[in-house]
Design a binder for this molecule. Structure first.
Ligand SMILES: NC(=O)c1ccc[n+]([C@@H]2O[C@H](COP(=O)([O-])OP(=O)(O)OC[C@H]3O[C@@H](n4cnc5c(N)ncnc54)[C@H](O)[C@@H]3O)[C@@H](O)[C@H]2O)c1
Length: 388
């Protein structure tokens, strides 16, 4: 993956690092070749519409939402772009190369297929799909049309997770012996904001998609899954039909192991447990990446614990100059990565196959909870239409 702007320089180690000299200026100069992005779903998608001032190879051209208030707000913020409440009108436009999808989880399959069949490449937010039928549908549509897709797994593209990955790829952690990820977040605000979440969402997809994607990123194909689920008091209060508290254990095809945890009814303890954390336990070192703080911690060979903390240096890129905020930097990073991969003909990651493989692990979690048994993932990959 091409390193995002402002992240190419890995600073010298020290206990607390603030990276000097990386204060981005906006807007970023645009490259000669650009991918033009139309955004569907303008709540989380509004972030994508407005973050591309920090991407060199992507530009926003259009937005679509059914809600007139969201359209009016985006129109005021982004004058000059095309806005519509009709997805077909967005898909018909010649100035949209890539459709970025931020509609409710159960609609992703339908919206991805429509974009592929209109000749567009797709960024789809996590979870890529939330049913086996939709997994089969988007794979079949991709094969029929030859279009490309990137899963917008924002966590992979947040600064500490990028640094942790580069350290892993340089071999600094040695062999991974345990991968440990969680996403915890109290969700009453989400039930109040978006009625579909309490009614239709499954937290295995909506929430666990973050830590399970991280396990898949490092462990590769997963052989089997064990999982337990429970319903918090918050879930019961909002009438959720399913679980919102989870523990998951996975074994990879190569025998390595990992665990994921999610809790969407919790009372948060953010300084002790950031919303998302990934700990890589390796034979040569241990490292931790955090979101919403921006820390990357690791052990040096002499045992010194190092903390890189670029929050203040990079808040202009990752947030809107607030200390914490929306996902502007991550969304810009993955849009830039996808645009460059399309322009250069390289494979984006996580692509459609990666996303379907991760879906199959999440589906295995659901089936493991329902049955109380260990679930093998290979039959689910075959059911989805992924050849191993
Ligand atoms: N870290 C992340 O990347 C991240 C964070 C939050 C949410 N998400 C994902 O983003 C997606 C959207 O979440 P949200 O919180 O913005 O939901 P939301 O309910 O706030 O917004 C969804 C929007 O889609 C619009 N919409 C629905 N159907 C449409 C259609 N046919 N045509 C046009 N517009 C349509 C709705 O009007 C609404 O404005 C979900 O899949 C969620 O999982 C990702």
């Amino acid at each position: 993956m091409r390193a995002p702007r402002g992240a190419a320089t890995v600073p010298p180690v020290g206990h607390i690092q603030h990276i000097p000299g990386i204060v981005p200026t906006f807007p970023v100069p645009k490259a000669a070749q650009l991918k033009r992005v139309g955004v569907l779903g303008l709540h989380e998608g509004r972030t994508m519409l407005t973050c591309l001032d920090r991407a060199a190879h992507a530009i926003a051209t259009a937005g679509c939402d059914l809600d007139p208030d969201k359209l009016a707000n985006c129109r005021a913020q982004c004058p000059g772009l095309f806005f519509t409440n009709d997805y077909a009108a967005l898909l018909a436009r010649d100035d949209v190369d890539v459709v970025a999808i931020y509609t409710p989880d159960p609609q992703h399959g339908e919206h991805i297929e429509a974009a592929f069949r209109a000749g567009k490449d797709v960024i789809c937010t996590k979870p890529l799909v939330a049913s086996m039928a939709d997994a089969q549908r988007v794979l079949a549509a991709a094969r029929a049309t030859g279009r490309q897709l990137l899963v917008g797994q924002s966590t992979r593209f947040f600064e500490p997770f990028l640094r942790q990955r580069r350290a892993h790829d340089r071999g600094e952690l040695g062999a991974l012996e345990l991968v440990d990820a969680h996403y915890v977040h109290r969700m009453d605000w989400y039930y109040e904001k978006s009625a579909w979440v309490a009614r239709e969402a499954d937290w295995v997809f909506l929430g666990l998609s973050h830590p399970i994607d991280l396990l898949c990123w490092y462990l590769g194909p997963i052989r089997c899954v064990q999982a337990m689920g429970a319903r918090s008091a918050l879930a019961q209060h909002h009438g959720l039909p399913g679980n919102d508290v989870f523990t998951v254990q996975v074994t990879a095809m190569d025998g390595r192991i990992g665990r994921a945890m999610g809790n969407y009814g919790c009372h948060e303890l953010p300084s002790a447990r950031n919303a998302i954390e990934l700990v890589l336990w390796g034979s040569a070192s241990t490292s931790q990446a955090q979101y919403h703080d921006m820390r990357h911690r690791y052990a040096r060979p002499d045992g010194t614990e190092v903390t890189e903390d670029p929050l203040y240096a990079l808040r202009h890129h990752y947030f809107h100059s607030e200390v914490h905020g929306m996902h502007y930097g991550e969304f810009a990073n993955y849009a830039e990565h996808f645009a460059v991969s399309l322009l250069e003909g390289t494979r984006p990651a996580p692509d459609l196959r990666d996303g379907i493989a991760t879906f199959c692990v999440m589906e295995a979690v659901r089936r493991a909870i329902a049955s109380g048994r260990t679930i093998e993932v290979a039959p689910l990959r075959a059911e989805a239409g992924l050849e191993d």
